[in-house]
Design a binder for this molecule. Structure first.
Ligand code: DC
Length: 225
């Protein structure tokens, strides 16, 4: 049996990655690392400092003072930038787009990828993002690529906002998702793409619990081998 295992879960925005990754991590008691939250936290920090997320130069200059970490509060995981709890603040639509904008800059990626590798070196992890299987952890034991139609993903986001009592326009959410897909897939450095050895799972018509069960099965086989 392997000592430390890494499970990489990649895919486009709102494909169900974080829900699935959290459950798989919980099942095996692995550490869950949400790399999207790291890009969002940096985007939040840029905006707080009056820095344009689209500027490579300005965001690069901000990197040395950027300190973020994940803290466990009971069962929940909170995101901190310095002393500030930004868990909710980074979950807005705008922060999603800003995160996607800062994520095109090579220095930003370089910095955050180094942090991600450091975290994964310490213990068994389930890490989700866009470039985990292709770039961050190319030797991950299990690689999953989650996909779902843009319409289904927009609807999931819409339901999420509704359940939080927030208003959202389905057509605008669909537009945002397409915009983010384009930006994430067409960037030069580490674009969103399925690793050649990843297992693709289409969640459009598949309940997320079934997706979790499928991944748990794959991990169990891997751990036993
Ligand atoms: O998964 P998310 O929606 O929270 O991610 C926000 C943005 O961060 C996403 O649009 C692109 C970027 N990102 C990335 O470039 N690489 C990752 N590994 C994770 C996220």
């Amino acid at each position: 049996m392997q000592e430390s295992i890494a499970v990489a879960i990649d895919g486009p925005a709102a494909a169900g990655k974080s829900t699935v990754a959290k459950k798989v991590a919980g099942y095996f008691n692995y550490l869950y690392i949400d790399t999207g939250a790291m890009y969002r936290a940096f985007a939040w920090y840029a905006v707080q400092n009056g820095v344009d997320p689209a500027s490579e130069k300005e965001t690069r200059e901000l990197l040395p003072s950027f300190a973020m970490d994940f803290q466990r509060k009971g069962k929940a995981q909170r995101v901190f930038v310095g002393q500030e709890d930004v868990t909710e603040a980074i979950r807005t639509k705008e922060m999603g787009l800003y995160a996607s904008a800062v994520a095109v800059h090579p220095p930003v990626r370089h910095h955050l990828v180094a942090l991600q590798r450091e975290m994964a070196a310490q213990r068994a992890v389930v890490m989700d993002g866009r470039d985990i299987g292709t770039n961050v952890l190319p030797n991950a034991d299990v690689k999953i690529f989650l996909v779902a139609s843009p319409e289904e993903r927009a609807e999931r986001r819409w339901k999420e906002y509704q359940s939080k009592g927030q208003d959202a326009d389905l057509a605008l959410l669909l537009e945002d998702i397409r915009k983010r897909d384009k930006q994430d897939m067409e960037r030069k450095v580490a674009p969103l793409k399925k690793a050649s050895d990843a297992i693709e799972v289409d969640t459009t018509a598949m309940p997320l619990d079934d997706v979790v069960a499928r991944i748990v099965q794959v991990v169990k086989q891997k751990v036993a081998s």
